[in-house]
Design a protein around this ligand. Structure first.
Ligand code: UDP
Length: 449
């Protein structure tokens, strides 16, 4: 029988901002328990993580794909290409490194599945999304195959509930803005092909979505390990940030009253139309509440600078009621006592960070799983307001007031704090996510003896 440190695990993260940190948190935890971990990264979007994780080994596979391929192919086609290019390269890597015992791969880089099958290696899928998202992809595929999806232009039908998938409407299903439905179905078939694996790891918690986790277990008939939120487990390192974090916004928050400020951030990918940014700016001015707004460089389509924002907005910032940064230390911001609400696109990491800080949200989803997450936040946990349709300054103003000032917001905050306490309990010794991590470790041990 091998000692734990002799068991070598290969982990393959998807090369996207919203996916890498959660897998690295898991890698770090497994390494702290004694496993020998090798991270296999694609050369596309390569980031040197080794200084931040000195206990892990790092390897790169030369996929030859670049940012310009991503631009010309579009995200969906690019992911399909990345998977087909990487499969033989990983096989070559594993033929040379023939002491690998186990593979964990992100669901969006599914190329290790066939390689592991060919080499007879046990494997598990890692999902950086919610279990509800995993199920929603299958619901979308079933409805598409049966011809039951309303056409995009049939707006009233899109508002209808999906049968047997409460509380999601057809418009909440994870369609994409980055390619055709036909190609999306091919991607989702691959992403959802999990049955031959030894388990599914979710960056989620039983205390958040036990019914969707049970559904996943029934559907794929393999153990499901909800081990999140992974950022709450103390890990040896943390991923370098996409941009420099502007920590001076924490000093600005210090000057604000408790629960008074709205924090606005749309994650690492979402792009905003100029008109939306303009309406947001004016709505924030009209709300009379303090605001901290992340405007990522290049995230407003067609605008390189912020000069187009109106004088009234700039004056509000100059007077100190508003603060604008390119990138914020988000987890610290959300934990600050002054932050009373979070306006977000509903990326799953941001949702988990908001939940673990007890901050209610205003959800403005753009595409993919964000609609599913928005519905979880607004209709399952009821800790968020969902914004739909065109953004106008009056809508921004009203939403901020509802969340920060009105009784409705106070109730949401109370529920958000309750959820935070449940999540905190789940990562403590004996809690559900902590126990799930232990079960995962036992399972890996039994499969690599
Ligand atoms: N983030 C950050 N500072 C910012 C904006 C975002 O650190 O100013 C981080 C945030 O904490 C989260 C990640 O970027 O961990 C965004 O991931 P998410 O899944 O929410 O959205 P995505 O970027 O994948 O759309």
């Amino acid at each position: 029988m091998k000692e734990i440190h002799q068991r070598r695990l290969v982990m393959v993260p998807a090369p996207f901002e919203g996916h890498i940190p959660s897998m690295m948190n898991l890698a770090s935890y497994l390494s702290s328990q004694g496993f020998s971990i090798s991270i296999v990264q694609t050369q596309f979007n390569f980031k040197d993580l080794s200084p931040n994780f000195p206990d892990l080994n790092f390897f790169t596979i030369n996929d030859g794909l670049s940012e310009s391929d991503l631009k010309s192919l579009g995200l969906l086609e690019f992911i399909l290409r990345l998977n087909s290019v990487c499969e033989p390269l990983l096989k070559e890597f594993l033929t040379i490194h023939d002491d690998v015992d186990f593979i964990i791969y992100d669901e969006f880089v599914y190329f290790p599945r066939r390689v592991a099958e060919d080499l007879n290696l046990p494997k598990m899928v890692f999902s950086a999304s919610s279990a509800a998202t995993s199920i929603s992809r299958c619901v979308l595929m079933d409805n598409q195959a049966k011809g039951l999806l309303p056409p995009q232009e049939a707006r009233s039908q899109l508002e209808e509930m999906v049968p047997e998938f409460h509380p999601f409407r057809f418009k909440d299903l994870p369609v994409t803005a980055y390619g055709s439905m036909e190609r999306l179905m091919i991607l989702y078939e691959n992403v959802s092909n999990r049955s031959p694996s030894s388990g599914i790891i979710h960056n989620s918690s039983n205390c958040l979505e036990s019914s969707f986790i049970s559904s996943a277990q029934e559907k794929w008939r393999v153990p499901v390990y909800p081990v999140g939120p992974l950022h709450m487990f103390n890990s040896a390192g943390s991923c370098p940030s996409l941009y420099d974090e502007e920590k001076n916004c924490l000093e600005w928050l210090e000057k604000q009253e408790t629960n008074s400020a709205i924090y606005i951030s749309m994650g690492s990918l979402a792009m905003t139309q100029e008109i939306e940014a303009l309406e947001m700016a004016m709505g924030l001015v009209q709300s009379n509440q303090p605001f901290l707004w992340v405007i990522r460089p290049g995230s407003i389509i067609g605008q390189e600078s912020l000069d187009f924002l109106p004088e009234q907005f700039r004056q509000t910032v100059a007077e100190g009621r508003g603060f604008v940064v390119k990138w914020a230390p988000q987890k610290e911001v959300l934990r600050h006592r002054a932050v009373g609400g979070f306006w977000n696109h509903c990326g799953w990491n941001s949702c988990l960070e908001s939940i673990s800080s007890g901050v209610p949200m205003i959800c403005m989803p753009y595409s993919g799983d964000q609609r599913v997450n928005a519905r979880l936040m607004s209709h399952v946990w009821r800790t968020a307001i969902e914004i739909e349709g065109e953004l106008e300054r009056g809508i921004v103003e009203k939403a901020v007031m509802r969340l920060i000032v009105d009784h409705e917001g106070v109730e949401m905050r109370t529920r958000a704090i309750g959820l935070k306490e449940e999540v905190e309990a789940s990562v403590r010794i004996g809690g559900s996510s902590y126990s799930s991590l232990n079960s995962l470790i036992h399972r890996i041990m039994s499969l690599t003896s």
